[in-house]
Design a protein around this ligand. Structure first.
Ligand code: DAH
Length: 347
């Protein structure tokens, strides 16, 4: 048999084998493999072109032509098969990812302000209407500002009221209350009159439970000037309570102790759930404690740069989380910073 016939026969067998194999394949990976095997550089068809010199001169062009023809046919068959495979994949995807266009749309998720931010802004609004400005001060404080200048010297038993997170740096701690902001405001403004709200996060080294968190917000009030009296304190706080809890709400002031005020007091509002009759929210007392307050202690005024013989002032501290808890009957303070949307989206 001549070289021509051998090669041509080989090509015919090859074509038949390749076509049969192609017909049996499915899937894009298998197809790609087939292409390398039968049309790649090392494939038998391509090898035929290399073997052409083995044939006589006259036969070469005939074999070459035939090999080209086989190559073209295989390429066309491949394209056809590949297209069919692509269509099948698409049809499959359309079927499995079918959309039900009659389903109602998904409502977009709207972000919102954290409940404490809402309460804080309401408090700012009320005090802004009474002429108070917001004064921000750092959460990382010195022992001096947080305690000493507030009339709580080292080793004073009053320090036990504030379980404190100390940092590794001597004399630096996380503020346990917003009262150190008082010192900063006074030192900045002395001896101008002051009317500020000092809001922000405070930290205490607490075992957490339903009513204790190791981080929470406070809002401090500070008024300093000439002739500021306890009557101003009462009037301001009563006005705040009415704007926050409703016109005519009754309040009462009980004596209490805080080292930075003298006299010191706590203010209660009449329970707004039962109007003072007694209920689970006020634990049958009829009153809810909402803040600590008092006349700024002369030592503290002096530490801030104000002469206590000329100036006087009052201060108060309240907890916005506590206000929200009472308002919305939230029974666990840990909800505020647990970051659970099921809780947060209710407000
Ligand atoms: N700083 C106090 C605390 O965290 C709260 C407080 C009480 C602030 C009386 C005041 C005040 O300004 O007059 O427990």
């Amino acid at each position: 048999m001549s070289e021509k016939n051998t090669l041509i026969q080989e090509l015919e067998t090859l074509q038949a084998k390749a076509e049969a194999k192609l017909a049996s394949l499915s899937g894009e990976v298998a197809l790609a493999k087939w292409k390398t095997e039968y049309l790649g550089k090392a494939s038998p068809v391509m090898q035929v072109f290399k073997r052409l010199p083995e044939a006589s001169k006259e036969e070469r062009s005939q074999i070459g032509q035939f090999a080209n023809q086989v190559k073209t046919v295989l390429e066309q068959s491949f394209e056809l098969k590949a297209e069919t495979a692509r269509q099948a994949t698409l049809a499959e995807a359309l079927k499995s990812e079918q959309l039900d266009v009659t389903l109602p749309g998904r409502a977009p998720l709207n972000g919102r302000l954290h409940i404490t931010t809402q309460t804080l802004r309401e408090i700012y609004r009320i005090f802004a209407e009474m002429g108070f400005q917001i004064y921000r001060s750092p959460e990382v404080e010195s022992d001096e500002n947080n305690f000493e200048l507030l009339n709580i010297p080292p080793h004073h038993p009053a320090r036990d009221l504030w379980d404190t997170f100390f940092t590794k740096k001597e004399g630096v701690l996380l503020r346990t209350h917003t009262s150190p902001g008082q010192v900063r405001a006074k030192r900045e403004f002395a001896s101008e009159p002051i009317r500020v709200v000092l809001p922000g996060m405070c930290y205490r080294y607490e075992q957490t439970d339903a009513s204790h968190e190791f981080q929470f917000n406070q809002v401090e009030l500070l008024v300093v000037g000439k002739h500021i009296t306890f009557a101003n304190l009462k009037g301001t706080l009563q006005e705040f309570a009415e704007r926050m809890y409703g016109k005519g709400v009754r309040t009462r002031i009980r004596p209490s102790y805080f080292p930075f005020v003298e006299p010191g007091a706590e203010m209660d509002v009449e329970c707004f759930v039962c109007s003072g009759k007694g209920c689970p929210v006020c634990k049958q007392r009829g009153w809810l404690e909402i803040l600590g307050c008092g006349m700024v202690h002369p030592v503290v005024l002096k530490n801030g740069g104000y002469d206590p013989k000329v100036y006087s002032g009052f201060a108060a501290g309240l907890g916005p989380e506590r206000i929200s808890m009472l308002r919305y009957h939230i029974d666990d303070i840990r909800n505020f910073w647990a970051n659970d949307v099921r809780f947060l989206e209710q407000f």
